[in-house]
Unconditional design. Structure first.
Lengths: 287, 444
């Protein structure tokens, strides 16, 4: 009886050893060398696989960044500076300077600004509506309001405002991954430099029509008059195709252009009230 | 038993309200807006400038490339401007806008109504005439006809099919054309046969147009090679591939063209336009448009000049009823809602349908219950529900394998869906994306 047990143990152990040896040699033969830093970098990344960096997922980005000599064109917008610093440490490179960005919706076509001229009754998808016609207003450039950008956002940084019919970006949640920019069939959303206290100055319009038709379709459309361009001392504003654009890298937030705009297409957000306005208010209080 | 195509199909209510209304000539408008792209392929290039005086039939935009078409002035007058103007979708497209002055035609064009039967030109000359006169497919796809008539080397064509099916509900423009321009149409068919060098032509007409079938049979009785075939009423029989299967029992391979199975299909409207182009040297500057609707005062079939604002046609048909909710450009199955009443009639405008509030609105969409009705209805043998979900999930490689590009956008799936799902809308979106993918792959 004991011999049977013994033989079983010995034979099974032998089989195990042989299998282990085969496995060892096979593993040696077909070994794939993988940079251990890829795993480390992947660990440091947020792991959301959002695609904001332009790669399919965090692993692909880690592979690319380890392979590449520099940080050129490689940036994780979600993790931001902190993550990039960590990666730089792992790879023993200099920390790249990355400016944080934030998404901005360049349309202010609320129902009071933009007259509704038709009613859309088709599939609730911006790309489909865009391919069919100009949308519920006469503006062929403005927001269609069907929320494809909100659906594309993986970070709860957007919602549709039911009153204005326009998407709203929650600055604190926005990681500038660019998913909404890609989702919008009308290229309304732009990634702009994030400023102190989330301050923003931008032309909230993408209408490239001439002044007349643009204004007719929407009260707050940019009519391309060029007044803002003239008043800007920093060459931050350019006009092309009847549309003004403020370069967020050059803008110094002086706010000179905002009152110049005859249609109110330039928006200033998160600023304290203007001095003159403040004085007026104080006077009112006094009176 | 009547012939028809074997796979799929639906039976929407016919509503051919304007079938008895003869073709009326629409009075000239004060201004026409002629888009430079009214065909499939490259847009034409404007050949006139602001202030130029033009005559009817004069070229105002020249075709660019082989798959493109000349655009002619449909009126005589002065060019008001060459600028972007709104089209049926509300988007602005480059157009030539002409203020109408009188009605003077080019001297080279025979504007008489005499029926010229003798065909003097040879095949090459006929094709050249079609190209010069900007003839495109009048069934709706507006594919340049000279391209279809030029059989590529190595291919052989033995029979011409003439599409008189008009399977779209409401539309009657082809029907009226077959009844009122029968002789000219037959000559047009003979011209097409000569251009293609074929001995045989088959005219396919659905059984709901008995008068047209009889009249065409009477006119073709003495002519060898042309035969008229009555077909069972079923949508989308007017689809090229469906009509070929119905008449010849040949199946066009996936991604192929009718010429791959030895045939070419032309619409009756095109055959008539070819007659005018070849026998009278008259370019494509006017077409028959059905203006119809249940509430419309006087549903009509009108011969309208290209570029006439849609509002003029509706005015002619008795004006816009108060409860109008939607106007569809084209048939109710494949047409698109108009965004704008100032949009012009183009070479592809087969009809304008005025819908009431209760007819216009889509019903509420529900979830897909996998009933498979869309699969049964699809005349191309596709799985619409699958193509829609693949598109929604951005799985475009897979939808390419599922032959999304074979979809001809007939809309039978959306029509039959008990949950009112926007199947075709998503399939169109998927087709656009897959088409882009294929083009990018080819460029590499």
């Amino acid at each position: 009886m004991s011999s049977v047990v013994l033989i079983t143990i010995i034979s099974l152990s032998l089989l195990g050893i042989i299998a282990a040896l085969i496995l060892y040699f096979v593993a040696q033969k077909f070994k794939v060398y993988e940079d251990p830093r890829i795993d480390q970098v992947e660990e440091a990344l947020p792991g959301a696989n959002c695609g904001g960096c332009g790669f399919a997922g965090c692993r692909n980005f880690a592979e690319a960044i380890v392979k590449s000599e520099t940080f050129d064109g490689l940036n994780c917008p979600v993790g931001g500076g902190e993550t990039m610093a960590k990666i730089a440490e792992i790879l023993d490179r200099k920390v790249p300077e990355v400016e944080p960005r934030v998404a901005v919706v360049r349309c202010n076509g609320t129902p009071e600004h933009r007259k509704k001229t038709s009613e859309y009754n088709g599939a609730l998808n911006c790309t489909i509506a865009n391919s069919l016609y100009t949308g519920e207003s006469d503006c062929p450039y403005g927001c269609l309001g069907l929320g494809e950008c909100v659906e594309a956002c993986d970070f709860n940084a957007m919602y549709m405002d039911s009153e204005t019919g326009l998407p709203v970006i929650i600055d604190d949640n926005c990681v500038a991954c660019g998913a909404c920019v890609k989702a919008c069939p009308r290229n309304i959303i732009e990634l702009r430099k994030k400023a102190r206290k989330d301050r923003k100055i931008y032309v909230s319009c993408v209408n490239e029509d001439k002044g007349g038709p643009a204004r007719k379709a929407c009260k707050v459309a940019c009519i391309g008059c060029g007044k803002c361009e003239k008043v800007c001392n920093y060459d931050a504003i350019t006009i092309s195709n009847n549309l003004a654009f403020i370069d967020s890298d050059k803008c110094v937030f002086c706010r000179k252009c905002v009152p110049e705009c005859p249609t109110g297409a330039i928006l200033e957000l998160n600023f304290p009230p203007r001095k003159t306005a403040k004085k007026e208010q104080e006077e009112k209080v006094k009176a | 038993m009547l012939k028809t195509f074997p796979k799929g199909g639906v039976h929407p209510p016919e509503n051919k309200i304007s079938a008895a209304a003869g073709i009326d000539v629409l009075p000239l408008p004060e201004q026409v807006t002629i888009p430079i792209s009214q065909h499939l392929g490259a847009p034409a290039e404007p050949a006139v400038a602001k202030g130029d005086t033009v005559k009817a039939g004069q070229i105002i935009a020249t075709s660019k490339g082989f798959v493109s078409a000349n655009i002619h002035s449909s009126v005589s007058g002065k060019v008001f401007k060459v600028d972007k103007a709104v089209d049926a979708s509300g988007y602005k497209k480059m157009s030539v806008i002409i203020n109408v002055e009188g009605d003077e035609w080019l001297d080279t064009i025979d504007t008489g109504s005499e029926h010229k039967k003798d065909i003097t030109l040879n095949s090459e000359e006929i094709i050249k005439r079609c190209a010069e006169n900007g003839i495109v497919g009048m069934g709706g796809a507006t594919f340049p006809s000279h391209v279809k008539l030029s059989i590529p080397p190595g291919k052989h064509c033995d029979v011409l099919i003439i599409n008189g099916v008009e399977c779209e509900p409401y539309l009657t423009s082809d029907h009226r054309l077959m009844l009122e321009r029968t002789g000219e149409l037959i000559t047009g068919i003979s011209i097409l046969m000569k251009a293609l060098k074929v001995e045989r032509a088959m005219i396919g007409i659905e059984k709901n147009k008995t008068d047209a079938i009889e009249k065409l049979r009477e006119y073709t009785s003495g002519i060898d090679g042309i035969s008229v075939h009555a077909l069972k009423v079923k949508y989308p029989q007017g689809g090229e591939k469906q009509l070929i299967t119905a008449l010849l029992n040949r199946e066009v391979p996936s991604g192929g063209l009718p010429v791959d199975v030895g045939t070419v299909v032309h619409n009756v409207g095109t055959a008539y336009a070819v007659y005018e182009a070849v026998q009278k040297n008259k370019p494509l500057v006017e077409r028959v448009v059905t203006v119809t609707g249940k509430e419309l005062g006087k549903p009509v079939n009108v011969l309208a000049r290209i570029g006439t604002p849609v509002s003029k046609l509706i005015e002619f048909a008795g004006g816009l009823p108060d409860n109008t909710a939607k106007i569809v450009n084209g048939g109710p199955m494949m047409g698109k809602a108009l965004a704008n009443l100032s949009a012009p009639v183009t070479k592809g405008t087969s009809g304008l349908i005025v819908f009431r509030e209760e007819e216009a609105r889509r019903k509420e969409t529900g979830p897909c219950i996998r009933c498979g009705k869309c699969i049964t209805a699809c005349a191309m043998g596709l799985e619409p529900y699958l193509l829609m979900s693949l598109t929604e999930k951005d799985m475009h490689e897979r939808s390419e394998k599922e032959k999304i590009m074979d979809c001809m956008e007939c809309g039978s799936c959306s029509y039959i869906c008990p949950a009112n799902r926007p199947l075709l809308d998503y399939i169109r979106l998927g087709k656009a994306t897959v088409g882009k993918m294929i083009r990018e792959r080819k460029q590499k």
